[in-house]
Ligand binder design. Structure first.
Ligand code: AMP
Length: 225
C-alpha cells in the first residue's frame, strides 16, 4: 500500500498514519517529523528550515524532496508506506510520482481527511508534544495522566511554536492556497477519496479503510508488487 494522506494540519493524519502503518506493518513517513529532526541536529540547513516552520510557511521543496527521497529509499519503505504531510504542493506531488515511477511503483490512493478550520484551531492550539518521543496529547481531549509529562516515556511535554493560534491560522492559509490544489491533482488521476475527519479516532480509521475499498490487503498487494 502506497498511501498519501492529505488534509489540513491537525486533521489527525499523524494518528491515523501511525495506526494504519502498524496494522499493515509499513512505515508512516511524516515530512514534518523528518524536518524537525534536521532542525534538532542544529545544522545550518536545520536553522534555515526552522525559520520557515516557525512562521507556518512551507520549507523549500529542495530540502523536503531530499529528505523524502532518502527516506523512501530505505528498505522498510520498499513494500509500501503512508505519507503524512507530504506532498504539500503540486510540484512535490509531481516529484513524488517521478521518484516512484523510477522505482516501478506509484501512489495507490490519496485520502483527504476533511476537518473545518475552527475545529482545527481548537485541536492544534491545545496540542502538546513530547520533547523526547514526539507522542502527542491534547490538554482537553487527550490529557496525559500527569500534567506536562509524557505517559509513554516520562519526557517533558511542550507546545510546538507553530502550534500557537496565530501560526495555525497561517498554516491553514498556506494549506488552502498551496496544498488544497492537490485534491484536483489526485482527482484527475482518479486516486482521490475525501472522508470526514470529525469523530472518534476509530470512526475516522474506519472511513479511511472504506476509502481504500478495491485495493488489495497489504500482504497480497506486497506479493503482487
Ligand atoms: P507538520 O508537522 O506536517 O504540520 O509540518 C510542520 C511544518 O513543517 C509545516 O508547517 C512546514 O513548515 C514544514 N513542512 C512539513 N512538511 C512539509 C512539506 N511537505 N513541504 C514543505 N514544508 C513542510
Amino acid at each position: 500500500m502506497r498511501l498519501v494522506l492529505l488534509g489540513p494540519p491537525g486533521a489527525g493524519k499523524g494518528t491515523q498514519a501511525r495506526a494504519l502503518g502498524a496494522l499493515w506493518n509499513i512505515p508512516q513517513i511524516a515530512s514534518g517529523d523528518l524536518l524537525r529532526s534536521v532542525v534538532g541536529d542544529g545544522s545550518e540547513l536545520g536553522k534555515q528550515a526552522h525559520r520557515y516552520m516557525d512562521r507556518g510557511q512551507l520549507v523549500p521543496d529542495e530540502l523536503v524532496l531530499k529528505l523524502i527521497g532518502d527516506r523512501l529509499g530505505q528498505d522498510d519503505a520498499r513494500g509500501g508506506f503512508i505519507l503524512d504531510g507530504f506532498p504539500r504542493n503540486v510540484a512535490q506531488a509531481e516529484a513524488l510520482s517521478g521518484m516512484l515511477k523510477r522505482a516501478g511503483t506509484r501512489v495507490d490512493r490519496a485520502v483527504a481527511v476533511i476537518v473545518p478550520d475552527e475545529e482545527i484551531v481548537r485541536r492544534i492550539s491545545g496540542r502538546r508534544t513530547c520533547k523526547n518521543c514526539a507522542a502527542m496529547y491534547h490538554v482537553s481531549f487527550e490529557p496525559p495522566h500527569k500534567s506536562g509529562i509524557c505517559d509513554k516515556c516520562g519526557g517533558e511535554l511542550y507546545q510546538r511554536a507553530d502550534d500557537a493560534e496565530g501560526t495555525v491560522r497561517e498554516r491553514l492559509k498556506v494549506y488552502a492556497g498551496t496544498t488544497r490544489p492537490l485534491f484536483d491533482h489526485y482527482g484527475r488521476h482518479g486516486l482521490l477519496k475525501q472522508i470526514d475527519g470529525v469523530g472518534r479516532t476509530d470512526e475516522v480509521e474506519k472511513r479511511i479503510l472504506e476509502a481504500l475499498d478495491g485495493l488489495l490487503p497489504p500482504a497480497k498487494a506486497g506479493a503482487k508488487a
